[in-house]
Design a protein around this ligand. Structure first.
Ligand code: URA
Length: 430
């Protein structure tokens, strides 16, 4: 296909037809468009946007670029959750096994890190031996047998998103409402689910910087998913500070496991519980949110969700002995540096953008399409806004490959924090 006239049309602000968008997605999937042309097309979409009909056509074409999952009839509803991307956002890792314990089937298809935001696939792959490349029949069989699978886009499942996602990440074309909507919903619609909860983030480290932009994205996703038969609710959540106390692939797996063991941290647990509770209400399993939250908390207080996590990763090839050994270690990166400050008072800010950038630069994220991820680097034990702070108490720890990298990151981490003499009100996360 000749993409040039379509790039020109989009550059000049003209809408593309469903046939044209289907042709583009087919050519992308067949590998017939060079990256430089595709990058130009993505940038044209970034600046010119897409109308509702174009966004719908792009989403459906991307969904149909591979197989759509088909599940046997079963009383357990098929559900999922997706986030628009944040720093320290390990909600999916804890939520997916929890949902399976609440009587759902969860065929979760996630993505890799985008920009400074982490990706569920990169986090999962920090577990020794684990694969996220699940063929459709394996994914369906695993969900039927243990209630949950966590895979990625493959050559046979939403391959168009796999290709576009990697290119968007390397061409600064992620924060686009139609591209995010199509990327997320193509994956979710290919799962064959009946209900979805969306975590749409806004703030310093989110693709949507303001609450209004996030609301617009949330409304676009909820409306299109609803049209396609998936009951969807969206939470608008703050991404000014990292979620939880860690950011970095393996460190986030550890924190998600601790959350399933009942150790919080509070903001992570709140989001996990709220997402699960919304799905209980959406699917009619609970009449209202208070009862739903109580049911989720009761499930989380037992040992089943933590056991389900092990069952999930074992089913996907994890080397359980290495996983347990790694989990027992304080750190797996070669260098760990504690970051303190002479200040005292109250923490008013921990800037998620600065934290996300420093974790990416330590090797936890990608600057180019094919860059290798270093699973062990990142930050943990982060102090949180609203917490009191005394002289030389810990702001966080940097995990790095070399001392020089750790020292540079420590300076940046210190700069991510702001302090005040008096306690300040911290905005609610949801
Ligand atoms: N998550 C996705 O799957 N795609 C995006 O574009 C952004 C977040």
């Amino acid at each position: 296909m000749d993409l040039l006239p379509l790039i020109e049309a989009k550059r000049d602000g003209q809408p593309l037809s469903a046939d044209q968008l289907r042709a583009i997605v087919a050519a992308v999937t067949a590998g017939k468009i060079p990256d430089y042309q595709l990058a130009a097309f993505l940038m044209a979409v970034f600046f010119r946007g897409m109308n509702t009909a174009e966004t719908r056509a792009l989403t459906l074409a991307m969904r149909d670029s591979g197989e759509v999952l088909r599940f046997p009839n079963d009383p357990r509803p098929l559900v999922d959750k997706h986030s628009t991307g944040g720093v320290g956002d390990k909600v999916s890792l804890a939520l997916a096994p929890l949902l399976a314990c609440l009587g759902f089937r969860v065929p979760m298809i996630s993505g890799r890190g985008l920009g400074i935001t982490g990706g569920t696939l990169d986090k999962l792959e920090s577990i020794p031996g684990l694969t996220t490349q699940l063929a459709p029949d394996r994914l369906v069989a695993q969900v039927q047998s243990i209630g949950v699978a966590m895979g990625g886009q493959t050559a046979t499942m939403v391959p168009a998103d796999k290709l576009l996602y990697a290119l968007r990440d390397a061409t600064a074309t992620v924060p686009s409402l139609p591209l995010i909507t199509a990327s997320i919903l193509s994956k979710k619609l290919a799962e064959g689910i009946g209900a979805l909860v969306m975590d749409v983030k806004f703030g310093a480290a989110a693709f949507m910087q303001t609450r209004e932009q996030a609301r617009e994205l949330a409304q676009a996703i909820v409306a299109l998913a609803g049209e396609c038969g998936v009951k969807t609710r969206a939470l608008l959540t703050s991404m000014d500070s990292p979620l939880g106390r860690s950011a970095g692939n393996w460190l986030e797996v550890k924190e998600a496991v601790r959350c399933l063991e009942g150790y919080g941290p509070d903001d992570l647990q709140q989001l996990v519980v709220d997402c699960a509770a919304h799905l209980l209400v959406l699917t009619g399993k609970c009449p209202e949110m208070a009862a739903a939250r109580a049911a989720v908390l009761q499930c989380l207080a037992g040992s089943a969700p933590r056991t389900k996590f092990d069952e999930l990763i074992a089913a996907q090839g994890a080397d359980m002995e290495s996983f347990r050994r790694q989990l027992a270690l304080d750190h797996t990166a070669p260098v760990v540096l504690e970051v303190t400050t002479p200040e005292e008072g109250f923490i008013t800010r921990c800037d998620a953008r600065i934290v996300g950038e420093l974790v990416r630069d330590l090797g936890g994220g990608r600057m180019t399409k094919d860059a290798r991820i270093h699973a062990d680097v990142g930050v943990d034990m982060l102090a949180k806004p609203g917490e009191p702070f005394g002289r030389q108490s810990l702001l966080g720890r940097v995990h790095a490959r070399t001392r020089a990298e750790a020292e540079a990151a420590a300076v940046r981490l210190r700069g991510a924090f702001a302090f005040a003499d008096e306690r300040v009100d911290i905005t609610e996360i949801v």
